[in-house]
Design a protein around this ligand. Structure first.
Ligand SMILES: CC(=O)N[C@H]1[C@@H](OP(=O)(O)OP(=O)(O)OC[C@H]2O[C@@H](n3ccc(=O)[nH]c3=O)[C@H](O)[C@@H]2O)O[C@H](CO)[C@@H](O)[C@@H]1O
Ligand SMILES: C=C(OP(=O)(O)O)C(=O)O
Length: 434
């Protein structure tokens, strides 16, 4: 288990280039299974979850060529479907959440698929019903073996149909779309998730010859086609990493420019950080965050206390709520953070409280943060990163704190942030990997 030794209180200055988006990469890389032609994928982030998925694809028989540090060519023309029965597959697939999205392409192209309970953050119940109900509506037969925790699906004939998803699941929508592109006839998916990750996936599939309309909305219409061909795709900048950098800049009083941030794709994210009082300037596609001694949380128009809550896209992503929470601890003012989607994502506030933050955990979904306006700095402590976004929030807290901190289990952070210590140290942070 790796740890970070963080010396707090340093200010950062300089440019940060966001990595390619983790959650987009997991969808796009799964989709390379949909064709036997070459797929060139650029801006692939060098992070644990993505590297695990690439290894898994390689084991399944996809030919993987690394063209440069961020660009790969994939060719899925010799797939070993029997590998899905192996112990090795079970071990690899259960170690990340993204592996669940291999199912849609496997069903579409090879008519069957199986997957153990996927991994990912332990942030509350993470059901997969939407995925399997969608596959069943397309005509697949589905079996869940409770003893082994394996989901097995047989899909000799996938046929387009109308479906209203029970929830707008991000990976669920991606999976059903990937199954439907090669199904017979027309599939209509209502209550589809429409995050930029999905917009990117659907646009790429269309470039491969799929016929998807309604991209960017919650009503997708897919006309099945016989086969798909290869294409080239470039990942968007990671919007969660960008939000993390904005919060980090404010907390550490740093002057940072986030280069080529893909501002049109960030939705409401910059506005939410502006509501916390953080100043930023858009310079072309760069976001400049000046050094700020103080930042003040807005109230609602009637003067009542601000709530920041997650919602499905185009609402505020749940993956940035922990970052907004930690950022608020040194703002002036009060905010209620409401994590609606996941029930175990806020428990990390215990660590912030131990560091001196004024936070009341109202219940598993809600925390009130009373900002300290830098009157009292956080204190360095020893802590463990419970999940990827809480991990980065704790890193931000430690970087802003007085004294040294130790953060254990930073593999959680490495799941989704590329060389975070190296990139931040280059701007003046003091983070030692031990
Ligand atoms: C690999 C990947 O892409 N992971 C992301 C993906 O996970 P993932 O696709 O697993 O998450 P889902 O979108 O399926 O659901 C997330 C949670 O929100 C709940 N829910 C969802 C939709 C809805 O309308 N109502 C509702 O309550 C679900 O029950 C679940 O608890 O999307 C999540 C939600 O943005 C992100 O946190 C994850 O980082
Ligand atoms: C929860 C996340 O990831 P995963 O779905 O891979 O666990 C995340 O990226 O914040």
């Amino acid at each position: 288990m790796a740890s970070f030794h963080v010396t707090g209180g340093t200010q950062l200055k300089g440019d940060l280039i966001p990595q390619g988006a983790k959650n987009e990469a997991l969808q796009i890389l799964s989709a390379v299974l949909l064709t036997d032609e070459e797929m060139v994928i650029n801006k692939v982030p060098n992070i644990r979850d993505v590297n695990k998925l690439i290894d898994l694809l390689n084991e399944i028989g996809v030919r993987v060529t690394k063209n440069s540090p961020e660009s790969y060519t994939f060719k899925a023309d010799n797939i070993n479907i029997d590998f899905l029965e192996s112990e090795e597959y079970s071990k690899m697939a259960s170690s990340l959440r993204g592996s669940i999205m291999l199912l849609g392409p496997l069903l579409a192209r090879f008519k069957k698929g199986m997957i153990p309970q996927p991994g990912g953050d332990k942030i509350g119940r993470r059901r997969l019903d939407t995925h399997f109900t969608g596959f069943q509506k397309l005509g697949a037969k589905f079996k869940y073996d409770k003893a082994s925790g394996y989901y097995k699906i047989d899909a000799s004939h996938l046929t387009g149909t109308y479906m209203l998803l029970d929830e707008a699941s991000v990976t669920g929508t991606a999976n059903i779309v990937m199954a439907a592109v090669l199904a017979k006839g027309k599939t209509t998916i209502y209550n589809a998730a429409c995050e930029p990750y999905l917009q990117q996936l659907c646009s790429m599939l269309n470039r491969m010859g799929a016929k998807i309309s309604g991209v960017g909305s919650n009503l997708l219409v897919i006309e099945g086609v016989e086969s798909l061909h290869g294409t080239e795709h470039t990942m968007l900048p990671d919007m969660i990493e960008i939000g993390s950098f904005i919060g980090m800049a404010a907390m550490t009083r740093s002057e940072i420019t986030i280069k080529n941030a893909g501002i049109p794709h960030l939705g409401i994210i910059p506005d939410i950080f502006k509501r916390l009082g953080i100043k930023m300037e858009f310079k072309g596609d760069d976001i400049f965050i000046p050094e700020q001694d103080h930042y003040e949380i807005e109230t609602f128009i009637d003067g009542s206390i601000m709530t920041i809550a997650d919602a499905i896209w185009p609402g505020f992503t749940p993956d940035l709520l922990s970052i907004a929470l930690v950022t608020a601890t040194q703002a002036k003012g009060t905010v209620l953070i409401h994590q609606k989607m996941f029930e175990s994502r806020l428990f990390f506030v215990d660590k912030l409280i131990e560091m001196g933050a004024q936070v009341i955990l109202c219940d598993p979904h809600r925390a009130t943060v009373i900002g300290m306006d830098r009157k009292v700095p956080l204190r360095g402590i020893t802590m463990t990163s419970p999940d990827i976004r809480a991990g980065v929030s704790l890193l931000i807290a430690a970087m802003s704190a007085e004294g040294d901190s130790i953060i254990h289990n930073v593999e959680q952070i490495d799941r989704g942030y590329q060389n975070i210590d190296g990139r931040l140290n280059a701007l003046g942070a003091k983070i030692e990997r031990i």
